[in-house]
Design a protein around this ligand. Structure first.
Ligand code: HEM
Length: 145
């Protein structure tokens, strides 16, 4: 069976949305956003804190995720990077997997893994409660009153 993959940036002859083009555009737009988000992430987590990378511990993460801005920031980075990485892997699978069944299987594995990680990561970010330990007010007094 011959497999035809859309050319992302050439005029389309078939009807319907050109998903390959949107995927191609997504890689560039998310790539540009990721540069800003990842450098911001490295700066805030590793460069600015006193003591550098050694400052990262449970209390550091709890403090960051007590702030909705950092929850939204990390959530955006998680979604953009996971969809970017998965779509990039899909391109590589399309380039190298020659058998249709192998290609389909790998694409399903990629999709399931991506959806599972997005759900797990988003749940972690949005439901994280550092004060779940009754003794937490002793080591996180400013967050757990
Ligand atoms: C620093 C931010 C990033 C930028 C600027 C960036 C940019 C890009 C661009 C423009 C492409 C498309 C290349 C093409 O179509 O020829 C691409 C592909 C890809 N990216 Fe990223 N990316 C970034 C971060 C990431 C991250 C965090 C991951 C992993 C989660 C990732 C995984 C991939 C993969 C697997 C591909 C496919 C490579 C291929 O087609 O050979 N990238 N990236």
């Amino acid at each position: 069976m011959e497999i035809v993959i859309e050319t992302p940036n050439s005029p389309r002859k078939r009807k319907g949305a050109n998903w390959e083009k949107y995927g191609w555009m997504y890689m560039r737009i998310s790539g540009a956003l990721l540069v800003a988000l990842i450098f911001g992430h490295l700066l805030v987590n590793m460069v600015l804190p006193e003591g550098g990378v050694k400052a990262i511990d449970f209390a550091f993460v709890a403090g960051k995720w007590a702030n909705p801005f950092w929850q939204a920031y990390d959530c955006l980075m998680l979604w953009l990077a996971l969809i970017h990485g998965t779509n990039g892997m899909r391109t590589i699978v399309n380039d190298y997997a020659e058998k249709a069944a192998v290609r389909k299987t790998l694409q399903i594995v990629l999709l399931v893994t991506c959806v599972a990680l997005i759900i797990l990561g988003t749940l972690t970010l949005t439901t994280f409660d550092p004060c779940i330990d009754p003794a937490a007010h002793t080591y996180l007094p400013s967050i757990c009153k």
